[in-house]
Ligand binder design. Sequence first.
Ligand code: NA7
Length: 286
Amino acid sequence: MSTIGFLGLGIMGKAMAINLVNAGFDVTVWNRNPAKCEDLVAIGAKLGTSPKSVAERCDITIAMVSDPAAALDICNGPEGVVAGIGEGRGYIDMSTVDDDTSSLISNAITQAGGRFLEAPVSGTKKPAEDGTLIILAAGDESLYQDALPAFDVMGKMSPYLGEVGQGANMKLVVNMMMGGMLSIFSEGISLGLKAGLTGEQILDVVNAGAMANPMFKGKGAMFLEENYTTSFPLKHMQKDMRLAVALGDKLDQPMPTAAIANEAFKQALKAGFGDEDIAAVYKTVK
Ligand code: NA7
């Protein structure tokens, strides 16, 4: 069994690392704010002192941090992953970033002798806890094969999508659609309520028809309860929408709907809802 390093113990990383420890992997953890390592150490994880020390010690180091800036931060500098990766060891970035950021990281890791895989995930807190994420892997295929036992613990499906960039692109395509759907759904619920329908009536009809999906079911209930407990921070969805719109620019792909949904999430961010769940986009239209 490979030794695994885990960098970034936020909502997602913590749940994923716990599953790896519970499955019997030898896991070393690091988080910028070290207090978040305590629960992992309590169940048997080792404590790393820097991204470099973790990458030096482990066969495979996994990262799950917030955004492109954070993904680059933990790689670069004298205490970064690149300084510790060495010949043949593996680095898997599971954060959601754009393809250019992923390529920069890939080049730095491979020039240092390491192997690189990007593997952003589809799924939020609950699937991370349940080990049912969809892992979108791309990059070094030998590292993908080596990582499969760990992916099987964290996810229910982990397709190999080809060259570095294709995992990042797949993730942005999926989340762009999710953000657009959530934005129009929040407007529809609000419109229906203002027209005098009840929330239950609207959700019952939506959930019985061709539009039924688990997200509408879960987030619809949250809208009606005005419960915005975070499982997917709204600030991260706005980042994903921003990166998807930028990908559309780069590829000359018109995306009028995604661009407007991005504005809705920007508005929610400006209103101070960034650390609440993506369901809080509803508050800007209700
Ligand atoms: P969270 O719960 O916001 O956690 C973010 C993590 O990223 C957390 O461990 C942060 O450390 C870490 N972070 C943020 N910036 C940095 C920098 N500059 N250096 C090192 N570490 C950093 O996010 P989620 O777990 O919900 O999401 C993770 C990813 O999955 C994200 O890409 C989503 O879009 C999908 P901290 O605890 O603040 O010290």
